[in-house]
Write a protein that binds this ligand. Structure first.
Ligand SMILES: [Zn+2]
Ligand SMILES: [Zn+2]
Ligand SMILES: [Zn+2]
Length: 309
């Protein structure tokens, strides 16, 4: 269970794997075999939470007034609803606290922001339904066409009935508290339904963070350099390490780590690699790829890593 600093806005990593997680269904590779045998080696699908403990502190001091104060609870937001959401919510059990009415239940998060429609990013939504957590009016931010797609898909409609859909167009911003603004940044990414993919730029009172788990290629995003330069921390798509991993093929819908670390060498201090495929050699602790990434000055996202915003 994770703990957080009082009177702060913190971004925390709850998963660093590509959509299918680790182990990967049907895979007998060494990493997946090890993870099947030892749950300590499992990895959750890429997910970020934002935890705002400021309201908690101020209210207990008796200064609470206005919309930025939240009773005695921290405010907790998730970016993406992954197939591992139940474990990821459990990591937040301490900061979420008890459900106000139901015994032996944790409080629901205050909102969820979706980046796009792929399974690792929406696959946890059914866990919020009546059959599972049974949330009540949980705000869900996503592009307007993605909200529509989820609501209009018959199979899903009863599963997402308890969600409060908040269509958020690309480029739009939502203020979550004093000095805490989340902006949807459109990025190019494989888009089977024409509903778009966004990264989120999270501006906190002191620092900013970009969360970009999926992008097709840096070349297709002319704003890449300016956007990555404009934040203090950027969590970026690092699905595949090199072409060797793909049998010499170019990757489909993701940049290569080897390209990312040479292209953005001047931004190494702020880039953190996430959304790792189970085939990615940076997962091998102490291996050559992990060493090369660290020597180039980049970080690899780990569950529990925190960034004070
Ligand atoms: Zn993904
Ligand atoms: Zn595998
Ligand atoms: Zn994707």
């Amino acid at each position: 269970m994770l703990t957080f600093r009082d009177d702060s806005v913190t971004a925390v990593i709850l998963g660093n794997m590509q959509d299918a997680g680790l182990p990967h269904a049907g895979c007998t590779c060494g990493r997946c075999t090890a993870a099947f045998q030892n749950p300590a080696r499992e990895g959750y699908a890429a997910c970020l939470a934002i935890v705002d403990t400021r309201g908690k502190k101020r209210n207990t001091e008796g200064h609470g007034r206005g919309t930025e104060f939240h009773g005695d609870k921290a405010r907790v937001y998730l970016v993406d609803a992954t197939p591992d959401i139940k474990f990821q919510l459990n990591l937040l059990a301490g900061v979420l606290g008890e459900h106000p009415q139901r015994t032996n239940r944790m409080r629901q998060p205050d909102a969820i922001f979706l980046t796009h429609a792929h399974m690792g990013h929406i696959g946890g939504l059914p866990q919020l339904s009546k059959e599972a957590m049974f949330v009540n009016g949980l705000p869900l931010y996503a592009t307007p066409p993605l909200c529509g797609l989820i609501q209009q898909t018959k199979l899903w409609s009863p599963l997402v009935a308890e969600l409060d859909f908040r269509p958020m167009p690309s480029g739009a911003a939502v203020t979550l508290g004093e000095g805490l603004v989340v902006t949807a940044v459109p990025v190019p990414h494989r888009d089977e339904w024409g509903v778009g993919t966004v990264a989120y730029r999270i501006q906190g009172p002191n620092q900013s963070l970009l969360y970009l788990p999926d992008i097709d290629s840096w070349d297709e995003w002319p704003e890449a350099e300016a956007t990555l330069s404009s934040v203090d921390v950027a969590l970026v798509d690092a699905s595949f390490y090199s072409r060797d991993e793909l049998g010499g093929r170019a990757p489909v819908a993701h940049p290569l780590v080897t390209d990312t670390i040479s292209r953005f060498a001047h931004l190494a201090d702020r880039l953190v690699l996430t959304h790792l495929n189970h085939t990615n050699v940076v997962l091998d602790e102490g291996g050559g790829a992990e060493t090369a990434v660290h020597q180039a000055g980049f970080r690899i996202a780990q569950i529990g890593d925190q960034f004070i915003l």
